[in-house]
Ligand binder design. Structure first.
Ligand SMILES: C[S@@+](CC[C@H](N)C(=O)[O-])C[C@H]1O[C@@H](n2cnc3c(N)ncnc32)[C@H](O)[C@@H]1O
Length: 235
C-alpha cells in the first residue's frame, strides 16, 4: 500500500532532533521579540489566535503527538503566520535541555491530560519537577497560565504552583461569553464549555529575582553551617 508523502512543513513544524541542542530565539524566530510557549498545544487554536492578535510576540507550541503538531503547523502555514512555530516532542525535554533560563515571557499549559486512573497519575505533566522547570525558563515577572476542566487535577496544579517558592498567585481571567464559534482559548475549552462543563483557570507570576534572593538570605542563618568552624585551618 502506498502512503501519502509527508508534506514539508518547515519552518512551522520541526521535531526536537531538527533544532540541535540549543534554541537561540533570535535565530529561531528571526527577531528579538518576547517568546511564549504553549506546552501540549494540541490543534493550535491558542497558538493561531494569540500569534495573530500579538504580532510582536513569538509563540512556540510543543506537542508530543506529531500528528496534532503537524495539524497546527498546517494552520500556521496556510495563514503564513511568521511568529508561531511548533516543535514535535516532549515539552519537558525542550524546557530542560534546549531553552535558556529566564528566556520566556510566559508558559501556557491548557487542559493537560488528566490521566484519570490513579495508577496513571505519575504520567501527568504537572509535578513539582515540572513546576521547577517552569520556574527555570520563565523570566522574573513572566507568567504561567494553566486551565483545566478536571477539578481534582486542577487542585493538584494549584497546590503545586501555589507552594512553589518562585511563583506568586495572580487573579485568573474570568469566564466570558464567546463572540463567535471559535472564540475560545483552546479547542478543549470550546469542547468542554459546549458540554456545559465548568472551567478552572489559574495564573501565576514568576517572582522577581530580588525577592527570591531575599528568601534565601532570610533562610541562611538556619541552613548554612558555621563556616568558621568547618573551614578553620586550626580544626
Ligand atoms: C487534552 S490535550 C489539550 C490540547 C490543547 N492544549 C487544548 O487545550 O485544546 C493535551 C495535549 O497535550 C499533549 N501532551 C501531553 N504530554 C505532553 C508533553 N510531555 N509534551 C508536549 N505535549 C504533550 C497531548 O499530546 C495533547 O495534545
Amino acid at each position: 500500500m502506498q502512503t501519502a508523502p509527508i508534506k514539508p512543513l518547515k519552518p512551522w513544524f520541526q521535531v526536537i532532533e531538527d533544532v540541535g541542542d540549543h534554541l537561540n530565539w533570535s535565530e529561531f524566530f528571526g527577531n528579538d521579540n518576547p517568546v511564549e510557549v504553549d506546552i501540549g498545544c494540541g490543534r493550535g487554536l491558542f497558538l493561531v489566535t494569540a500569534a495573530e492578535s500579538n504580532p510582536n510576540v513569538n509563540y512556540l507550541g510543543l506537542e508530543v503527538d506529531y500528528r496534532e503538531g503537524r495539524r497546527t503547523a498546517m494552520r500556521l502555514k496556510r495563514r503564513d503566520i511568521p511568529n508561531a512555530r511548533v516543535i514535535g516532542g516532549d515539552g519537558r525535554i525542550v524546557l530542560s535541555k534546549l531553552i535558556d533560563r529566564n528566556s520566556l515571557q510566559a508558559a501556557h499549559v491548557y487542559f493537560p491530560d488528566p490521566w484519570w486512573k490513579k495508577r496513571h497519575h505519575k504520567r501527568r505533566l504537572f509535578t513539582p519537577e515540572f513546576a521547577d522547570l517552569l520556574a527555570d525558563v520563565v523570566q522574573p515577572g513572566g507568567h504561567v497560565h494553566s486551565w483545566s476542566d478536571v477539578v481534582e487535577y486542577f487542585e493538584v496544579i494549584q497546590e503545586t504552583m501555589n507552594q512553589h517558592p518562585k511563583f506568586t498567585i495572580c487573579d485568573a481571567p474570568e469566564e466570558r461569553d464567546p463572540e463567535h464559534d471559535m472564540d475560545y482559548q483552546t479547542s478543549f475549552e470550546r469542547k468542554k464549555r459546549k458540554l456545559g462543563l465548568p472551567i478552572y483557570r489559574g495564573l501565576w507570576q514568576r517572582k522577581p529575582l530580588w525577592s527570591i534572593l531575599l528568601i534565601s538570605c532570610t533562610e541562611w542563618p538556619n541552613s548554612i553551617p558555621n563556616t568558621a568552624t568547618v573551614w578553620s585551618p586550626m580544626s
